[in-house]
Ligand binder design. Structure first.
Ligand SMILES: [Zn+2]
Length: 292
């Protein structure tokens, strides 16, 4: 994996020198409508095929994001989520079926995704993110989607992504509000910069509509696809906040803490530092409060 800085976007060059992935006739036809997008093409499709994405949390957010990465032709998904499917998950988890309630949800996610697109390699790991497994999981992937349901798992994943210099798409919601940002270690603020107070927050503790988690999931998958292929401009050093009651979407500049205990030792590019100096630290505090 090679990462380079573009003027407008960080582009992940997923095609390693020793890996040349050709597209089969079936793949060329399956992805024909996206290959024809301006700025996409067969090169972007091959980059998706050569990329491994780690998804932590396989619920209304992570599971739905995994669907859109699978149908887009991502090469490999590593799905990590412990625990069984519950009946009150079924208002938002489109990979699941009613007869799977009380069984490990991550295995049903793998089964459904493989039926949707048999060309995608799916690794299902029935575990939660812990300090013991996070480093190996992050090293196994090219980038991570942070869709876990609590801040402990999110903070462990953030720290591991910083340690191993792997990008992380950060997506979370609270009732009818949500946020999304792309974290590239050494180039953008990390999760600890944005949420320095480490709130005791558990996503199971509030209400959620499937259409809200699904909307955020689609945006999360889109963000990953853009980062992998170079399409458009990802939300790096930008925090997209969404209020679905009023359909208000606002981009904020997240605060980069030069003394951050997680990413403070990294040498940031001057461009990012210049942007962060102009940001308002209060923004991050607002979002800590929002997620309580
Ligand atoms: Zn940081």
């Amino acid at each position: 994996m090679v990462t380079r800085i573009d003027e407008s976007a960080v582009v992940l060059i997923a095609m390693r020198n020793d890996v040349v992935l050709n597209l089969t006739p079936t793949e060329l036809e399956r992805y024909r409508r996206q290959i024809m997008l301006p700025g996409f093409g067969e090169d972007a499709q091959r980059q998706l095929k050569a990329t491994t994405v780690l998804v932590t949390g396989v619920g209304g957010l992570g599971g739905t994001a995994a669907v859109y990465l699978a149908v887009a032709g991502i090469g490999r998904l590593i799905l990590v989520r412990g625990g069984d499917l519950r009946l009150d998950d079924m208002n938002r988890q489109i990979l699941m079926t009613h007869d799977w309630v009380n069984r490990p949800r991550v295995f049903k996610a793998k089964e459904t995704l493989e039926r949707i697109n048999p060309d995608v390699q799916i690794d299902a790991i029935c575990e939660y993110i812990t300090p013991d497994n996070v480093d190996q999981l992050v090293q196994s992937a090219d980038l991570a989607l942070d869709c876990a349901h609590n801040f402990d798992e999110r903070n462990w994943l953030n720290a591991a992504c910083v340690r191993w210099q792997k990008p992380m798409i950060e997506a979370a919601m609270n009732d009818m509000e949500a946020y999304l940002t792309t974290i590239v270690p050494g180039q953008t603020p990390c999760l600890s910069c944005i949420f320095p107070e480490k709130p005791d927050w558990d996503r199971r503790g509030f209400g959620v509509l499937g259409a809200v988690s699904g909307t955020l999931a689609c945006l999360t998958a889109l963000e990953a696809i853009k980062l992998i292929t170079g399409l458009g401009q990802p939300l790096q050093s930008q925090l997209l906040t969404m209020n679905f009651n009023h359909m208000e979407f606002v981009k904020r500049r997240p605060y980069h803490d030069p003394d951050c205990p997680v990413c403070g030792s990294l040498s940031f590019t001057q461009r990012v530092l210049d942007q962060s100096v102009r940001s308002a630290p209060a923004n991050s505090l607002d979002w800590v409060a929002l997620n309580r």
